[in-house]
Design a binder for this molecule. Structure first.
Ligand SMILES: *Cc1c(COP(=O)(O)O)cnc(C)c1O
Length: 372
């Protein structure tokens, strides 16, 4: 028996991630509107949809006109395929040669970064009597995935059983000059291959930041990740996308502690005076950064309540001094967009990371609750 099916109507944890599907749809609409009808939008929902729950948000994105749903890994693609037998799914990352048969069997569109990968996918397609769809990854300077070798790229397009539907690269976003150099390198390679008879339905290089800041690099497909979730990384352009996530928990227990008593491992926080503290069931295993110690806060009844002591794997203790009315069961917002709530932007600054990492860290443990 599937126990999670059995109990699906119950909220199994007090720590949840609320996702606003209307906001996701609106962000997608804004992106499509900005890019115009000639540019396909391929939302990137790797890392469990940047923490928003890939399976839960996928239908909203498809209904909003996504050309593909892009993920980083084969396992992420399979998770989506299990839920959606017919969705077009694109794998941005490297799939090991030994697993190419799965790519063919599940009709994933695969990124190919060199000739040996193209040959593996081709062999798998021939074995299955199918055509595998793939995009070529051109290395224009990032030096992560891809090659910049006309002969090898051309040969990749000539393998039996493959439809090379697209060609792409990724910007390092170093500066305007370097971006242009990368873009020009991609365009030059496409022109060389086209001169030899290749044709590509999709050509793409822009992620969230570049599609807003550099309209000239949108080509005919864009790959927004962060932007879909309202995370604004752009600098030059602007798009009023909104954050779609509220991460929240509830008070499970309240302790009245005496001045001088400690809280948590090593008693790293000690009460300067008699203090009322509340325990909440979330921790670094839920993706809350451990280095929020001495910096983080949770918003209860609209008031910022500091997290006390070290962040544990599953629990956090907060100071309830300024919310005397707080009781067991009350909600505390960990990240949100309301008044006095910690935004993803603030969280990334406090934890010394970037916005994508803050949300992607909330991988799978807290249940997702979708609101429409
Ligand atoms: C993750 C990723 C994206 C999306 O990046 P954002 O900065 O979140 O928009 C686009 N393209 C590739 C190849 C990626 O790996």
């Amino acid at each position: 028996m599937d126990l999670f099916k059995k109990y699906e109507d119950l909220q199994l944890r007090d720590t949840i991630v609320k996702v606003d599907l209307n906001a996701i749809a609106e962000n997608m609409r804004l992106i499509k509107e900005m890019c115009g009808p000639d540019v396909a939008v391929m939302p990137v929902i790797k890392a469990n949809g940047y923490g928003h729950g890939a399976v839960g948000i996928a239908p909203t994105l498809m209904e909003s006109g996504a050309a593909y749903l892009a993920v980083a890994t084969l396992t992420e693609a399979l998770e989506l395929r299990q839920a959606y037998p017919d969705y077009p799914i694109f794998i941005l990352g490297h799939t090991p040669d030994r697993l190419m048969d799965i790519v063919v069997e599940q009709n994933f569109v695969q990124t190919l970064a060199d000739l040996s990968q193209a040959k593996s996918l081709s062999a798998a397609a021939v074995r299955a009597g199918k055509t595998a769809v793939a995009h070529l990854k051109v290395d224009t300077g990032f030096h992560r995935l891809g090659i910049y070798d006309e002969e090898e790229l051309f040969e990749m397009t000539q393998q039996p059983g493959l439809e090379i539907e697209g060609i792409f690269s990724h910007l390092a976003l170093t500066n305007d000059e370097e971006n242009l150099k990368q873009y020009d390198l991609l365009v030059a390679m496409i022109e060389k291959l086209e001169a030899r008879g290749c044709s590509f339905k999709y050509k793409h290089i822009a992620d969230s930041i570049s599609l807003v800041d550099y309209p000239e690099y949108r080509m005919n497909m864009v790959r927004p990740g962060a932007l879909i979730f309202g995370l604004r990384g752009f600098h030059k352009g602007f798009l009023p996308v909104e954050c779609c996530i509220t991460f929240e928990s509830r008070i499970t227990q309240i302790h009245e502690i005496k001045a001088g008593e400690g809280v948590g491992y090593d008693y790293l926080w000690r009460a300067p005076q008699d203090t009322r503290v509340g325990t909440m069931p979330f921790g670094y295993a839920d993706g809350y950064p451990r280095n929020m110690r001495d910096k983080g806060y949770v918003t209860i009844h609209g008031v910022k309540c500091a997290v006390l002591g070290v962040i544990c794997m599953d629990q956090v203790v907060v100071d309830l001094t300024d919310v005397p009315q707080a009781k067991v069961g009350d909600v505390g917002v960990i990240y949100g967009s309301g008044e006095n709530q910690m935004t993803i932007q603030e969280a990334c600054e406090l934890a010394s990371t970037n916005k994508n990492e803050i949300v992607a860290r909330i991988l799978s443990r807290p249940p997702r609750v979708y609101v429409k």
